[in-house]
Design a protein. Structure first.
Length: 461
């Protein structure tokens, strides 16, 4: 795949880039290692000052970087600006809290005495250069939610971004440079996916984080495992959105539309499988389908657009295959379901019903604005269906019954349970999944500690 900006609204190639050669990669790895030796001893106050400056610059750049993201991967421009604003907010969150999140921990005095020691503590120390392999769908946010905690912990970052968002990737390196971070603290590596293994095997790279597809995660985890290096993986998702009889059906249906089509439906944590109790199925389906039909599909640079094109022609073809397979196997199309005429990689908001376990779309992740709608008889069936997936990223539950809430929290196989609302990431809460959705956590204190050497310090009596 060439490293290039290709506008998904019309297929026009706007910019192309040459991949970095071995000499340049080596120079950057040397710089990362040298920078880390000094940067790891910097004070939290200095790191926070630089991170606040980067956040301020990002706010100033919001309009421009928003248009760049939209042009590179097709998200509606209002959502692109909101993504930039969320990144700046999260940078400030870590700038203000990192020192406390990584403060020394003191074990119970009785346990220290029992160990024969006089005192002990647990200290969080940075690991070194961390390789981040990041996707195109949230080209700014996916990187910042790694970079902000990593840099505040004293690590340095090496970014291998998706090849279709090179301008965003280069912007990120420039952002941290303009903010005053030491040269080498955050570097973008313009390389193809074929270069990842050699970089990850380099002894100077201490760990890796990847957000992306399951095959990409398997590849990185395999190499990292062979090298005994720490990894955090956030992979695919096919999140359930369960609606029970006590729910506010109007609100559940309204939020369901947003939960499915945010980012043109290209989100790992988007609700994809809508599991509705039979008592409220018809009422929910009517409102949900009406909401999907009412969405404005068009040029993502237009302010009124709610759904833009998919990021690539291949991505649209993959989505079409899933829908066509379902329809051929008996699924009912309640809206959408056919590629529109014209330029660009557009696909309409689509709702499918009458699904079966044999259909590919039941087992695979639909990465686009396609929702699958299921009818269930009771809570037990809802839980079984929600868990009938190889993924376990997050989940959404709509009910006013606290006993039902407790049951879902206990039994749903997912890294998150969002009650009476849609899944969203926030710097204060850990984010990640189970099963084939990956392992490890991003964000919150859990995320910043993932790439730290958790060191026991013990003093004898």
């Amino acid at each position: 795949m060439p490293i290039a900006t290709v506008n998904p609204a019309n297929g026009e190639t706007l910019k192309t880039y040459e991949a970095m050669g071995d000499e340049e990669i080596e120079r950057r790895l040397q710089l990362a290692e040298a920078t880390f030796r000094a940067y790891r001893t910097s004070a939290f106050a200095e790191r926070a000052r630089l991170m606040h400056r980067a956040a301020d610059l990002l706010d100033e750049d919001q309009q421009d970087i928003g248009r760049i993201m939209t042009t590179e991967m097709g998200k509606p421009v209002r959502q692109a600006r909101a993504e930039a604003a969320k990144c700046a907010k999260s940078m400030r969150w870590y700038a203000d809290r990192a020192e406390g999140l990584l403060a020394d921990e003191e074990p119970d005095a009785a346990d220290v005495e029992d160990s024969g020691g006089a005192r002990a503590l647990v200290r969080y120390r940075p690991l070194g250069p961390v390789l981040a392999v990041m996707p195109w769908n949230f080209p700014l946010w996916q990187v910042i939610r790694f970079a902000a905690p990593a840099l505040m912990a004293g690590n340095v970052g090496l970014l291998k971004h998706a090849s279709n968002v090179p301008q965003t990737a280069l912007y990120l390196e420039d952002l941290f440079h303009r903010a005053g971070f030491p040269e080498g603290c955050f570097q973008t590596l313009l390389v193809g996916s074929g270069a990842i293994e050699e970089i990850l095997r380099d002894e100077r790279v201490k760990a890796a984080t990847l957000t992306g597809s399951e095959p990409a995660g398997r590849a990185v985890a395999s190499v990292a495992g062979d090298m005994v290096k720490k990894t955090v993986l956030e992979l695919g998702g096919s999140d359930p959105y369960v609606v029970m009889p006590s729910a506010d059906i109007d609100r559940a249906a309204k939020i369901a539309v947003t939960a499915r089509v945010q980012n043109n439906g290209q989100s790992c944590i988007a609700a994809k499988r809508f599991i509705v109790h039979t008592d409220v199925f018809d009422a929910f389906a009517e409102r949900f389908v009406a909401g999907m039909k009412a969405l404005t599909v068009g040029d993502p640079l237009e302010e009124e657009t709610e759904v833009g094109p998919l990021a690539s022609e291949a991505g649209r073809s993959d989505l079409e295959e899933l829908v066509d397979d379902a329809v051929e196997s008996g699924a009912t199309v309640l809206c959408g379901g056919e590629r529109p005429d014209g330029d660009g990689w557009y696909y309409p908001p689509t709702v499918l019903a009458d699904l079966t376990r044999e259909m590919r779309i039941h087992r695979e992740e639909a990465f686009g604005p396609v929702a699958t709608l299921y009818r269930v008889a009771d809570l037990d069936e809802a839980v079984l269906l929600a868990n009938d997936t190889p993924f376990g990223l997050s989940s959404n539950v709509w009910t006013r019954d606290e006993a039902e809430v407790e049951r879902f929290v206990r039994d749903l196989e997912a890294g998150g349970v969002f009650v009476n609302g849609m899944t969203a990431s926030h710097p204060a809460f850990p984010f990640g999944g189970v099963k084939r959705s990956g392992y490890g956590r991003e964000l919150s204190g859990h995320g910043i500690r993932e790439f730290c050497n958790i060191t026991t310090v013990w003093h004898g009596a």
